[in-house]
Design a protein around this ligand. Structure first.
Ligand SMILES: [Mn+2]
Length: 382
């Protein structure tokens, strides 16, 4: 059987207010092309389908169109919930999706309740164990629900490990064995674009948590595509677009897995070309103007070198570089001498602070305003 693993779509995510919808649509259609070309039997989506708990209708349209296209190709899919997905929103579509052979699992459940999905194709059987994201606040309940024997385990990582054991018990030499999980594996590389609180303790799970009996472990949550050293082959497919500047330079991809019972799977990455590149550029206004052609379609974070900040610089940059999403000014700031605050004249302190920030002295008007405010504050404090 052949599987395509993709993850962390984050449909609906904007970057500095810029919609990524066109890029998402292109990337999903690129994935559909791969599904056709590589004769994939089942698509594995390891969470964070949507960026927000209440995704815009446009994002839902992209997702639903993708799945109806899959149906047209007679390809099944398994979707697990990520930390960005709303479990009950996924639950709402679960039964309808079931009718088109798309299996949605918003939260961890016992093997008999759908925690292991059995897929039959061409005389082969796959056991797909699923471990959707669960918060630290809900892990105890989730573990209890999974099996009373798990109750003795303490802590997030230990409970996840016990749940993984329970879910993968049916893996055998006669079946194709897959585990899907949305979680943070200790030691894996983050991109600063994941939700920070969910890629730190207590969420770090040891790679030794995973079984040695899997053909492939499909991981979601981290946006950087990477393989994880674990007892079975384990990969973060990564996001399908560079979602934030922390992901610039990352080649996005999907993974195709060819698996047969009783032997190791063939695992191959396919780069995705649809998303626009995110890029850091810096220089003077003239330098950037001269180089603007070479930036192509890239979305830019611009550092502009100026002598001193003047209003309107950002607008000028946007005129030259319409793809500039973030603009920072870089100018020589006066070296801050250690400030002796005690006993110093407040107006003098203000002047030095202003010069440090703006590289010019405050105007007479500004100085007068400071004095006035300072006196008012003194009056108010007596
Ligand atoms: Mn996530």
């Amino acid at each position: 059987m052949r599987f395509l693993h993709t993850s962390d779509w984050h449909l609906g995510k904007t970057l500095k207010g810029r919609s990524r919808s066109d890029e998402h649509e292109a990337a999903l259609s690129e994935i559909l092309d791969l599904v056709r070309r590589e004769q994939v039997d089942c698509v594995l989506i390891t969470g964070d389908l949507f960026d927000s708990q209440a995704p815009p209708p446009e994002s839902e349209r992209l997702a639903f169109n993708f799945f109806s296209e899959l149906r047209g190709l007679n390809v099944s899919a398994v979707i697990i919930g990520g930390n960005h997905d709303h479990p009950r929103r996924l639950l709402a579509i679960r039964d309808v999706f079931r009718l088109i052979d798309i299996h949605v699992r918003p939260e961890p459940v016992r093997p008999v309740d759908g925690g292991v999905i059995q897929l039959q194709k061409n005389g082969e059987r796959a056991e797909i164990a699923v471990l959707p994201f669960v918060t630290a606040g809900r892990i105890e309940d989730a573990a209890k629900l999974m099996g009373p024997e798990i109750e003795r385990f303490q802590g997030y990582a230990e409970r996840i490990a016990a749940m993984s054991d329970t879910l993968t018990k049916s893996f055998s030499a006669k079946t194709i064995n897959l585990l899907m999980a949305h979680l943070y594996v200790d030691g894996a590389q983050t991109s600063l674009s994941e939700r920070e609180i969910h890629v730190a303790k207590p969420y770090a799970v040891s790679p030794q948590t995973f079984p040695s009996t899997a053909h492939y472990i499909a991981l979601g949550h981290l946006h950087r595509p990477q393989e994880v050293a674990a007892p079975s082959r384990a990969m973060y497919a990564g996001s399908i677009l560079q979602l934030d500047f922390g992901e610039r330079d990352q080649q996005k991809r999907v993974v195709v897995i060819d698996a047969k019972p009783g032997r190791p799977a063939a695992v191959e990455s396919y780069p995705l070309a649809s998303g626009r590149q995110l890029r850091d550029v810096s220089g003077t206004l003239d330098e950037l103007k001269a180089a603007s052609e070479s930036f192509g379609n890239d979305l830019l974070r611009v550092t502009i070198k100026v002598d001193k900040p003047t209003s309107g610089t950002a607008d000028t940059v946007r005129d030259i570089l319409p793809n500039a999403l973030e603009i920072r000014l870089d100018y020589p700031r006066q070296e801050a001498e250690p400030m002796q605050i005690a006993g110093a004249d407040p107006h003098d302190l203000f002047t030095r602070f202003y010069m440090h920030q703006r590289a010019s002295s405050p105007s007479d008007e500004m100085s007068a305003l400071f004095r006035k405010l300072y006196e008012e504050a003194l009056d108010a404090s007596v």
